[in-house]
Structure formats: structure tokens, C-alpha cells
Design a binder for this molecule. Sequence first.
Ligand code: SAM
Ligand code: SF4
Ligand code: F3S
Length: 496
Amino acid sequence: MNDRDKPGHDAVSWPGPIPTGGMNGTRKVHVKSYGCQMNVYDSHRMADMLAPAGYAETARLEDADLIILNTCHIREKASEKIYSELGRIRDLKRDAARTGRRITVAVAGCVAQAEGKEIIRRAQAVDLVVGSQNYHRLPELLARTARGERVVDTEFPVEDKFDLLAAPARDAIRARGVSAFVTVQEGCDKFCTFCVVPYTRGTEVSRSVAAIVAEVERLAAAGVREVTLIGQNVNAYHGAGAQGRPATLAHLLHRVAEIPGIARLRYTTSHPRDVDDTLIAAHRELPSLMPHLHLPVQSGSDRILAAMNRRHTRADYLAIVARLRAARPDIAFSSDFIVGFPGESEEDFRATLALVDEVGLAGAYSFAFSPRLGTPAAVMPDQVPKAVKTERVRILQAAVARSQAAFNAQFLGRTFDVLFEKPGRLPGQIVGRSPYLQPIPVMAPRALIGEVAAVTVTEIGTSMFGTLAQATPVAAASRVPELAPILTPIHAQAGG
Ligand code: SAM
Ligand code: SF4
Ligand code: F3S
């Protein structure tokens, strides 16, 4: 699977500096994002908030006057990574101080929310700990650190940060590329027994349709062509729509699809319980809604699903997959799995393995269960030994890799629409993404970046390569693509 779709995993730094919208831009900020797409989005918004205060972004941590680590708490490894990074930053800060340069260090995101003051106690280098609902206060909080205070602000505020966050400058939007995330919903009320998110991000809150539409219109006007609506539990979206009545995610997708310039729509991450009839219908009705859905299942065993408090069974999940396929025959699915959940037997694990082929997954992330302090599963009996978890992850990843290879293999010699995003590694090459998020380098003029064009797949190995389907004149590349029904049902092909 692609890192862009990766839940709560790698650190992502800025692609490059962007111009500041404010004052003289002499101060530099480096924001490093860990975890999910929500954090990537929040990192952008923090930079937008700081731009009018004279901060320009830098891709180099060493050059920064302000370093913000936007952290993830989802697994133990993710949290601990922050403390080792803070050790490195402490040395950098000390060396800079010797030359009279002050570096301010802030910890934001889910570790900040979960550990608060403890971070200040454990890591001397940290000046500011700021929770994910408080980014709109950054300028004021930084002013306090400038006076020598070490500040912790992790309260859930009464005001809505989205009403107060600065809008991104046009140049900043353009520098971030043609594909953008937009947070539409935050928090989670599901309380899966393994998960910290309901505690770090709080209860479910949805933004209004009007606010989201205004944000997407601004993105589209600056050249964004693809929007992914994001939320910890995005299909529980229930923001205010017309006359203040709650709208569903399907309603929101229909509205956003009308915005001129937006060629592609996606949404993530969904919970199977919240896939309703209107959402299934949206997949049939909206050609710009891409035929790729990340739908975490976590386990293929009903016993384990119940212990996880997922509130759906294996059969429920398969029924949702079947209904979505009936609505949109070319739809592909990816998923998340947790292996080694307390009490997971060999038989439970085999049920998970079998599900990979039964769905014919186009990809999946497999995680070893990580006990998180304060969650019910951390203290459940029958914890699975680490060696067993490691081995099960290995076996599951191999099964997912086979399923993914079968999924990819069907495209050889076939043609699909590609949204070109950036220059490739080779001169004369540009890279785009298929409807299924597969990256695909093609020899084509740079003027096609930001356009959707038909590409024929010529080679599939560890990567996919292609050529423009015909000599596509730049002006003729479709600004709003017609998604031809070129694919036969994936389940039949990849699932065997
Ligand atoms: N809201 C989504 C859902 O319902 O599945 C995803 C939430 S979480 C940010 C992303 C993934 O991290 C989860 O789907 C799960 O597979 C994994 N995860 C969450 N808590 C975990 C834990 N304690 N140990 C291992 N993996 C975990
Ligand atoms: Fe975590 Fe479950 Fe909520 Fe997903 S649905 S964020 S896994 S509690
Ligand atoms: Fe991590 Fe918080 Fe996202 S725990 S996965 S950054 S919601």
C-alpha cells in the first residue's frame, strides 16, 4: 500500500519550504508529522497559523528556529519514537545556544494530548506542549515561551479551532500539490477496546457542510484536483447542512463533487458500522468518487471482533463489501488488521488470514497488538507473546502481499485514468496516481501535472510503469475525467 494511505505510521516532513504570507519571514519553522492523515492536515494548518506571524517553513530541522513534532500515540513504538527524536533535538538546541541562537521546541498531536505535563518533565528540550484542539492558539502560546515560560495547553477548548485557524495562502496550497486532505470530522465515539483515539482526540465532532465547501473551493481555486475528506471515523460525519439539519457523509460528497475543478474525491477512514445506504449509493452515483475504499476490519474472527468491541461480525463486513461491489463493480478494498489481540488463538488468526483472499484485498496494513495504557485491552487476560505476534504479522503481510500482487497484475496492458502529481526521478518523467492510489511514473510533459489523462500500464514489478494512452495533447487531457468502466470486478480477478 501507499504511505499516503498509511494509518498512524511513518513520519512525514515537509516537501520543501513554502513562502511565508507574513512580515519579513526571517524565522523558520520545521513541522514533522507522525501518524495519520489528520496529523498531516493539522501540520499544514499549524504552518498556516504561523505564516502571518512571520514564520517560513523549512524542510531542514537543523535550520529551524521553531521545531514542532506533531506526534502519534497509536502504538507504543510511535510514542517512544518521539522521545528519541527529542534527545537529538536537545543536542541541537544546546549547540545552537552556544552560538547565541534560540530554538523553540513544541510537541503537538496525540502524545501531547495523552501525556501533557509528563513530556515537559521527561524532555528538558521541550518549551511547549499543545493538544490537537488548541492549534489556533499557537501564536499566543509561543509568545509565552518567548518570555521563558514552559507551557502546556491540552484542555479541550470551548471555542472551535476551525473557526479560528488561519486559511492557507494560495502559494502554500500550490506548494503542497494537487491532492489535498480536508478534515471534516474529528474524534471517535466507538471505543474499540485497543484504541487510544477516543481519549486523545475526544468525542466525535463534525464541521459544517458550508465550512468544508468553502475550504475545498479555496483549494480548487489554487489548483487542487483531488480531495480526500478525512476523519478518525469519517463516515460517522453528521455536520450541519441545509437549514442546520445534520448531513450525512454521502450528502457532503455530493456537494463537494459539484465544486468546479475537483476531479477526484476520496474519504478515509471509515468504520464498517457507519457504512449506510446513502454512502453505498454515492459510490454508484458519483463518478468522481474513486473506486477505492480503505475499510479497516481488524480481525476475521467473530470472537475477537466482539472482544475488540467492533460491533460488527465477519459476515457483516463481507455483506458491506458485497453491497459496495454491487453498487460500483470496479471498487477495490484495503484494510487494517491487528494480530495478537489478547486471547487470539491459531484458529482466530486463520480466520483473519482467510479474509484477505475472501475479500481479494488490494492492500492492507497489519499491526501487532500494542497494549496502550488506559485502554481495556491492555489489561485483558491471555496476552499473546511477542514472538507469536511477530510471526503472525509476518504471515499476514505475506498473504496481503500476494493478494495485492494479484490485484495489481490485472492492470497489465490495460488503461486507466491517472492524476499527475509531480516530476519523476528521471528527466522527462512525471508521476501520477491511478484511481486505486497506485503510483505510476510516465514519460510525459510536465505541463500534465495537475491533469487527468489516460495511461496504459506497460510494466508491473515492484513498481508500476505506463505510457500515455495516446499522444495526449496537454489541452485535451480531461480536467474532469470520465471514468470509463474499464475494469472487471476485482474480487473475481484478485480473489481467485
Ligand atoms: N478509525 C479507524 C478504524 O476504525 O479502524 C482507524 C484508527 S487507527 C488511527 C489506525 C489503525 O491503527 C487501526 O485501524 C488499527 O489497525 C491500528 N491500531 C489502533 N490501535 C492499535 C493498537 N493498540 N495496537 C496495534 N494497532 C493498533
Ligand atoms: Fe479507534 Fe475504533 Fe475509533 Fe477507529 S473506530 S479510531 S479503531 S476507537
Ligand atoms: Fe496517531 Fe492520533 Fe492519528 S494517535 S493515528 S495521530 S489520531
